[in-house]
Design a protein around this ligand. Structure first.
Ligand SMILES: [Zn+2]
Length: 392
C-alpha cells in the first residue's frame, strides 16, 4: 500500500510515464522508499531517547540537550554575557581587555580529524597552553565548546581575579551564555558559579578570525592537535548530525540492495547504477518529459509503443530487424549518427551504456549528453507519432 501511494507521487514528481516501475520512479524523484524512511525516523527517535545509541556508535553517547531538571535554578546562575569585538581592530581588542591574562580558545576540523586548544597569555607572552583531541565524528562547534569549557576550568583552578576568555566562535559563546545548552553546559555553569563564589570573574569576548597573535596561536595549536595528537579522545560524545548521517547511510545501503536486486528499472540502472550517485546527480538538473523517457526507456520509442499496443511494429526505421528501444537510438541508430558524433566530439566519451554514469556525473559532459538525449527522444516521439504529453 505504501509503494502504490508513493509510486504515484514519484511518477508525477519525475514526469515519467505511468508504466514506469516503482524503483525507477523513486530513483528519478530522489525519494527514499517510504517504509525505509519511516524506519529511519523511528530509529532516530530511539537514538534520541538513548535506547539504541549503541547501534549508531559503539560505546559512545549522543550529545544531548540538557534536561530541564538538570538545569540550575535561574536565581542561582550568574548573569553571563559576552562582548563582541569582531569589527574592531587589534588595538581596540587590547584596549578592551587590558586587565589580567587572556585565554584564547579555538577548535579545528582538518582532514576529518578534530582538535581543540587554548593558549594563555600574560604580558604579551604565552604563559601556557593545552591541546585536546576529539573523536573524528565531532563537529568544529563541539571542539570550540570543549575549548571554552577547558578555558573556564583552567580559570577555576587558578587564582587570577579576572581572566579574559576569547573565542572566534560567536555561536559557542552564545551557547555558553544563553539556553539550548548541551552536555558540557552543566559543568561549565558549575565552574562559573565556583569562580564567581570566590569573588573572581571571567570576561568573554568573541573576536573575528583575522585576530590577534593569541588568536592565531590558538588556531595553529588546534589544527596541530587535530592532525597530530594521538592520545585517547578528550571528548567523544557524538552530535545528532552524526547519528543522522549513520542512519541515512544504512538506509541508502538498504535501498541500494533493493534497487540492484529488483527485477525492474533495468534502463534506469544503466544511467544510475548507485542510488547515492543518482541522488547527487539528479539534484543538478530538472527532469523534462523527454529526459524522463530516456532515463526510464518508457516513452515514444517503437519497442515501448508496440509493447503497449500503440504501434504495430517494434522495429526502427533504420533497419527492419532492429528493435527501436532507448538504448538502440542512443548507442547505435544511424538516424542519429550526426548528433551522436557531435556529442562524442564534445565530451570525448563514446556514447555507450557503460559510459552513461560517468557522462552524467561530469558537470560539463552532463549538459552535452542530456541535450543529445533530449533531442533524440523528441525526434523518436515525432517519428512514431507519439504524444509527448502522454502523462502530463
Ligand atoms: Zn534505428
Amino acid at each position: 500500500m505504501l509503494d502504490a501511494l508513493q509510486r504515484s507521487v514519484a511518477l508525477k514528481a519525475c514526469r515519467a510515464y505511468r508504466t514506469v516501475s516503482l524503483h525507477s520512479a523513486l530513483i528519478l524523484a530522489r525519494l527514499l522508499p517510504l517504509d525505509i524512511r519511516v524506519r529511519e525516523a523511528a530509529r532516530l527517535y530511539e537514538v534520541k531517547r538513548g535506547s539504541e545509541s549503541g547501534d549508531v556508535c559503539a560505546d559512545r553517547e549522543l550529545e544531548k540537550p540538557v534536561d530541564f531538571r538538570e538545569m540550575p535554578h535561574p536565581a542561582h546562575t550568574p548573569e553571563l554575557g559576552f562582548e563582541s569585538v569582531e569589527d574592531l581592530d587589534p588595538s581596540t581588542v587590547d584596549r578592551l581587555a587590558i586587565v589580567g591574562p587572556h585565554i584564547y580558545t579555538d577548535g579545528s576540523k582538518t582532514e576529518g580529524k578534530v582538535g581543540a586548544a587554548l593558549t594563555e597569555w600574560r604580558d604579551e607572552m604565552e604563559s601556557g597552553n593545552s591541546t585536546f583531541r576529539l573523536e573524528s565524528f565531532c563537529t568544529v562547534f563541539q571542539a570550540e565548546m570543549f575549548a571554552l569549557h577547558r578555558a573556564i576550568k583552567r580559570v577555576k583552578e587558578g587564582k587570577d581575579r579576572l581572566v579574559n576568555i576569547f573565542s572566534d566562535s560567536k555561536s559557542s559563546l552564545q551557547m555558553l551564555t544563553a539556553p539550548k545548552p548541551t552536555t558540557l553546559w552543566p559543568m561549565q555553569r558549575q565552574d562559573i558559579r565556583d569562580i564567581v563564589a570566590e569573588g573572581r570573574k571571567c570576561a568573554y569576548s568573541g573576536c573575528g578570525h583575522a585576530g590577534t597573535t593569541g588568536n592565531e596561536r590558538a588556531d595553529e595549536l588546534a589544527r596541530n592537535a587535530a592532525l597530530k595528537k594521538k592520545t585517547a579522545a578528550d571528548y567523544d560524545r557524538y552530535p545528532l548530525s552524526y547519528a543522522k548521517k549513520v542512519i541515512r547511510a544504512a538506509s541508502l545501503d538498504e535501498w541500494q540492495q533493493r534497487y540492484t536486486e529488483g527485477g525492474t528499472g533495468e534502463i534506469t540502472k544503466c544511467f544510475f547504477p548507485r542510488v547515492e550517485g543518482a541522488y547527487r546527480v539528479l539534484s543538478r538538473f530538472t527532469i523534462t518529459s523527454p529526459i524522463a523517457q530516456t532515463l526510464t526507456g518508457h516513452g515514444g520509442f517503437a519497442q515501448y509503443l508496440n509493447r503497449f499496443k500503440l504501434k504495430d511494429s517494434p522495429y526502427c526505421a533504420c533497419a527492419p530487424d532492429k528493435v527501436q528501444d532507448v538504448l538502440h537510438v542512443l548507442e547505435e541508430c544511424p538516424i542519429f549518427g550526426r548528433e551522436r558524433a557531435e556529442t562524442e566530439a564534445g565530451t570525448g566519451v563514446v556514447v555507450a551504456r557503460h559510459g552513461f554514469p560517468a557522462l552524467l556525473d561530469d558537470e560539463t559532459n552532463r549538459k552535452t549528453f542530456l541535450e543529445f538525449c533530449e533531442r533524440v527522444t523528441r525526434r523518436c516521439n515525432k517519428m512514431n507519432g507519439s504524444n509527448m504529453a502522454y502523462n502530463e
